[in-house]
Design a protein around this ligand. Sequence first.
Ligand code: ADP
Ligand code: ADP
Ligand code: MG
Length: 454
Amino acid sequence: MSVSRVLVANRGEIAVRIIKACQSLGIETVAAVSEADRESLAAKLASRSVCIGPPRSSDSYLRTATLVAAAQATGCDALHPGYGFLSERAELAQACADNKLTFVGPSVENITVMGDKLQARQIASSSGVPTVPGSDHARTPEEAAQLAENVGYPILLKASAGGGGRGIKLVSNAAEMEMTFKTAAAEAQAAFGNNTLYMERYVGDARHIEVQILGDHFGKVVHLGERDCSLQRRHQKIIEEAPAYALAADVRAKICDAAATLARSIGYRNAGTIEFIYDNETQEFFFLEMNTRIQVEHPVTEMITGVDLVAQQLLIAGGQPLSLEQSDVTFTGHAIECRINAESPQHGFRPCPGRISNWQAPDGAGVRVDSHCYSDYFVPPYYDSLLAKLIVHGADRAHAIDKTRQALASFHVAGIDTGIPFLQTVIDDQDYQSGHVNTRWLEKKLEEYSQVQG
Ligand code: ADP
Ligand code: ADP
Ligand code: MG
């Protein structure tokens, strides 16, 4: 039942990434493109393309029935959802199954169970994986206030259906609870169609650590090590690294084992990521959530393991047993990824779509750029602002930092603003270089930066 023609149900750099992985395996591709993406690099590189509707993603990339029909009309036997958009909707995986299309991702059940963050938390806890002290019940502001007394402030209110950094609210003290609870519930209802909230203790000095998993149809699960994604702006990752350099060897082994155990316990298949929050003070780690898809930052893992994760996704989806044993997975050197967005760091990071008059990306040994951009490409205003991911691999972290600095200096984009100048100040920072960071560090750095920019 191997895969022979894949509908690429996404856009941007990940569409290009999927097409390249398919090409390496001799699989044909059909790029599903909105009217705004007809001239995209994905459309040019794919075996063919098919228009799935108007520019707005709600009229194109978010339409399950249209995507399935496009796959059928173009003779595809599989669909790759990428990340974002419909990638974590059980409904798309189900529609594929109903129409004899192979969904390049986990089972409908895997997605359903882990897509509900509260349920995922309960499953982690019953598999013996530590979860953040908190409460599963927070049905009214009064109940939440009562429970928070035991948990201890500050706490986070989280939307069970949330994701992408949205649906998380900090409550610093009891006086704030009522208002914040009401706002959080109303926003969750509007954004995700579900107002269920739960509560976690806010870990103030924390790192975001996550573990890459691969599982096949035969119950085999291996982990590919962990990543540190602590540098975030509004809960969105900006710079990611592998391995997670700050962890002691025994903690690293425990966190990877915990992730593999959890994935095994739900019969997880295909690529997935289990996210943890790590307390810098106590060295404890706690389960946050599982992302049932390929992740934006997957290349840092590829750089240090030499495993092509998207190719693995396609092979697994095609029914092949995982050829990797846990002992085959070895780690070499250090990798860093910088997300380069179309935004203006000099103007409060406002989005910056428009025509790229000149695009010159760095290259060389250990330097990889995943991107859909080129000179004269028009960045449409309708979508996520990610233009490129710069990924470098060095013998160790210091070497990788040095290489990132050089690569950023030779990355030239004209016509629109990008986040490159801000990334440069981060890479040059002493705290960053010595690794004295936590999940709040980047926001502080950003404030300083904005003040200097005036
Ligand atoms: P998380 O931080 O929750 O793990 P990731 O950083 O891995 O999520 O990326 C998922 C996010 O990527 C989505 O929330 C969405 O905003 C964004 N996204 C979705 N599709 C695309 C795309 N084609 N190009 C760039 N970004 C995208
Ligand atoms: P999302 O589904 O939006 O990705 P997560 O639950 O994965 O939400 O959390 C996103 C980010 O929010 C984390 O990477 C971390 O920086 C921060 N965060 C989440 N939970 C906690 C917590 N309990 N304490 C401190 N920070 C947290
Ligand atoms: Mg997350």
